[in-house]
Design a binder for this molecule. Structure first.
Ligand code: UTP
Length: 302
């Protein structure tokens, strides 16, 4: 392997997509198909996350998949029969669009998580391709981020300036903290970065150190893999990434970043619906018609 300068080694080039969860909140849709392949209009939610990663300079997409998730690998593979068919019908733009989902200089790597033992366990499945001193990104596709500057790009910019591990946070209602990993950190304004003093997974509201919740974007020091290997099951009996994060506090350091943008929780039915409606309203082709439709539905129901 050619020698890399330490600056080059610190550049974030790898992103892990843990997509092996069972998606129980979205049953029956997720009984046999991955929730990450549910579409917002015509694009699977995993593709939004992949596009965000590529826009942030990621060249190695590492998917941790499970038993019912083969269609994710198929989605990012080429489909020569379909390509030939589309071109024979002069649907060149669609064929080109499909071919450009994964640019030529970007590669996909797949690991299997045999059992859904938790997010921390899923991330650890990617350890064979992450060096112990190599920072990498983690994206949870069911947190769909809408932002002018892609959220992962915002985070790699922060990382490039201080070299510290980083979790994206947003403020949630006090009663909602028990669904998230929560940071003990000063209250951050949008775009601000602050040191994390502690993290706790799914705290009861009275024990939450703040209402700043970790959402599905992380930049992590490679040393977390060793911590995950030794991590005991935590909340819900799962190996939690949040628990291993506490091992980064102090040395080598962990920051929270209040990202600039909007998060849709597409792992929940209501969040998915909200994202679909917002995307319909903003759609370049039929946004105005979607607005008229929604307005007339509201009028009919009044
Ligand atoms: P979630 O808890 O949101 O996803 O995990 P889930 O378990 O699939 O969904 P529900 O709660 O049962 O509805 C956060 C992320 O971690 C991944 C999930 O795929 C999701 O992207 N994950 C979770 C794994 O890859 N493996 C696991 O064992 C657990």
């Amino acid at each position: 392997m050619p020698h890399q300068s330490s600056a080059a080694r610190r550049t974030i080039r790898k992103a892990v997509f843990p997509v092996a969860g069972l998606g129980t909140r979205f049953l029956p849709a997720t009984k046999a198909q991955p929730k990450e392949m549910l579409t917002i209009i015509d694009k699977p939610i995993i593709q939004f996350a992949v596009e965000e990663a590529i826009a942030a300079g990621i060249t190695h997409l590492i998917f941790v998949i499970g038993r019912t998730k083969r269609s994710i690998a198929d989605h990012f593979d080429s489909n020569p029969e379909l390509d030939t068919l589309l071109r024979s019908k002069s649907k060149i733009a669609v064929a080109d669009q499909l071919n450009s989902i994964i640019p030529k200089d970007v590669s996909c790597i797949f690991f299997r998580q045999a059992e859904a033992l938790g997010l921390g366990h899923a991330v650890a499945c990617a350890a064979p391709v992450i060096d112990e001193d190599e920072p990498f990104a983690v994206l949870l596709a069911d947190d769909l981020m809408s932002a002018q500057v892609p959220v992962l790009k915002q985070m790699t910019d922060v990382f490039n300036s201080n070299g510290r591990s980083l979790v994206a946070v947003e403020s949630v209602d006090a009663q909602m903290v028990q669904s998230y990993g929560v940071v003990d950190a000063d209250l951050l304004a949008v775009g601000e970065v602050g040191a994390v003093r502690g993290v706790i997974e799914k705290p009861r509201p009275q024990y939450a150190p703040s209402n700043q919740a970790i959402v599905g974007r992380y930049i992590l020091d490679g040393c977390i893999m060793a911590k995950l290997r030794d991590q005991k099951p935590g909340a819900g009996g799962e190996i939690q990434l949040t628990d291993a994060l506490s091992g980064l506090i102090g040395d080598p350091g962990l920051d929270a970043y209040r990202f600039n943008g909007r998060r849709y929780d597409c792992g929940s039915k209501l969040g998915f619906l909200e994202c679909t409606m917002a995307s319909a309203l903003e759609h370049p082709e039929f946004g105005p018609r979607a607005r008229t439709l929604m307005q007339s539905m509201l009028n009919e129901n009044n």
